[in-house]
Write a protein that binds this ligand. Structure first.
Ligand code: FES
Length: 154
């Protein structure tokens, strides 16, 4: 499972590959928003530009590619900033929430976060086992005789 390391919070959180960064942060109690975002964010639609995070350089492939919304909304922001609501986590990643605030102790906190290794995590969703209904439907469809009269095909 990929790990998201939240530098400001000093927190490592596991998630499934492909999970939305904003949803994981909110689920884990990470404060993504400054005052403006707390008072009124768009709920993850990519419209309010209040959920940005900085991705630590070198981890750009850890998240899904920038969306067209991000390209438009973040055109005057640093290239390593992302909208958390638009980013899907592919691999373990180090992020700084509310990067516009900087860090109280400057680079030291960031360097400490980078010093500890992150697990890479899988690149795809784990395969789900078939349910008994799926197995029986597959068996009937795959048999040379096809489903028998009176069989229930789901
Ligand atoms: S929550 Fe509004 S842009 Fe991400």
């Amino acid at each position: 499972m990929p790990v998201i390391r939240f530098v400001r919070e000093g927190l490592d959180v596991e998630c499934f590959p492909g999970e939305n960064l904003r949803e994981v942060a909110l689920r884990e109690g990470v404060e993504l928003y400054g005052l403006k975002g707390k008072l009124g964010n768009c709920g993850g639609c990519g419209q309010c530009i209040t959920c940005f995070v900085a991705v630590v350089p070198g981890d750009s492939a850890a998240l899904s590619s920038r969306t067209a919304v991000e390209d438009r909304k973040l055109q005057n922001r640093p290239l390593d900033w992302r909208l958390a609501c638009q980013a899907l986590v592919e691999h373990s990643v180090v992020v700084l929430t509310r990067p516009q605030l900087g860090l109280a102790d400057g680079q030291a906190q960031l360097e400490a976060a980078l010093a500890a290794p992150l697990p890479a995590g899988p690149t795809a969703w784990p395969e789900q086992p078939e349910t008994p209904e799926q197995q029986s439907a597959t068996t009937d469809e795959d048999s040379p005789d096809g489903p028998m009269a009176g069989d229930t095909v789901r």
